[in-house]
Design a protein around this ligand. Structure first.
Ligand SMILES: Nc1ncnc2c1ncn2[C@@H]1O[C@H](COP(=O)(O)OP(=O)(O)OP(=O)(O)O)[C@@H](O)[C@H]1O
Length: 213
């Protein structure tokens, strides 16, 4: 993946990488700026590769993308409306949306916020609403970019369990190595290169050696 920098010079932000992903949960770890988000954005089709392609078999799934910044995620001004919008995208009939939105919000302990403005939520609350909205759209693949960064310990653990228990494939970029340890496969990126692709213990050890050398 090449980009043009602000002074017009070409820069390679992700070196050529060939991956076939079949595991239910794959974690991507690596230092800030190592290319994790870029890989996720390529997988989501949010950016196009300079060369090569991303393919899905048997067909492209309905993909939910969880951004690190929930402000990029919530699209409606009122919490319940935001969840209802996702439910609409998932084909849930209008008559059922309010009830389902309330149930989904209860799942993230925010049922009392159904009629609140998203602008009056704390960052963590807004991240929960954003995550709930993605799950409400019943994705067949979830790509998550540091989805629990803003959450407290308990909320992060709850949400990680929820993501892992969804029963749909998950690819997650994370700095939380305990979370990464719960994947079946861990990819380690360093300066835009895939430097390890292994089961969690080996990949995480590799990253620790790299980061703390
Ligand atoms: N559109 C772009 N134009 C120029 N540079 C970019 C662009 N997108 C990403 N980069 C650069 O590519 C590198 C990789 O960015 P990326 O967001 O993939 O890193 P990351 O591993 O997700 O980092 P973090 O852990 O900080 O979120 C960074 O140096 C970033 O500044």
């Amino acid at each position: 993946m090449d980009v043009e920098t602000s002074d017009g010079a070409p820069a390679r932000i992700l070196h050529p990488v060939s991956l076939t992903i079949t595991e239910p949960v794959v974690a991507i770890i690596g230092a800030n700026g190592s290319g994790k988000s870029t890989l996720l954005r390529l997988m989501a089709g949010l950016v196009q590769p300079t060369s090569g392609s991303v393919t899905f078999s048997p067909q492209a799934p309905r993909t939910g993308f969880v951004f690190a910044n929930p402000q990029a995620q919530t699209v409606m001004p009122v919490v319940g409306e935001d969840i209802a919008f996702s439910l609409k995208q998932a084909g849930v009939p209008r008559a059922q949306r309010t009830q389902q939105a309330a149930e989904i919000l209860a799942g993230v302990q925010l049922e009392h916020r159904l009629d609140s403005s998203v602008y009056e939520l704390s960052s963590g609350e807004r991240q929960k609403v954003a995550l709930a909205g993605v799950l409400a759209a019943k994705p067949q693949l979830v790509l998550a970019d540091e989805p629990t960064t803003l959450l407290d310990l308990r909320s992060a653990a709850d949400f990680q369990a929820r993501l892992l228990g969804l029963g749909v494939p998950l690819v997650v970029a994370t700095h939380d190595l305990d979370f990464a340890a719960q994947a079946q496969r861990v990819l380690v990126f360093d300066h835009g290169q895939l430097v390890a692709d292994d089961e969690p213990p080996a990949a995480i050890s590799h990253y620790r050696r790299l980061a703390l050398a």
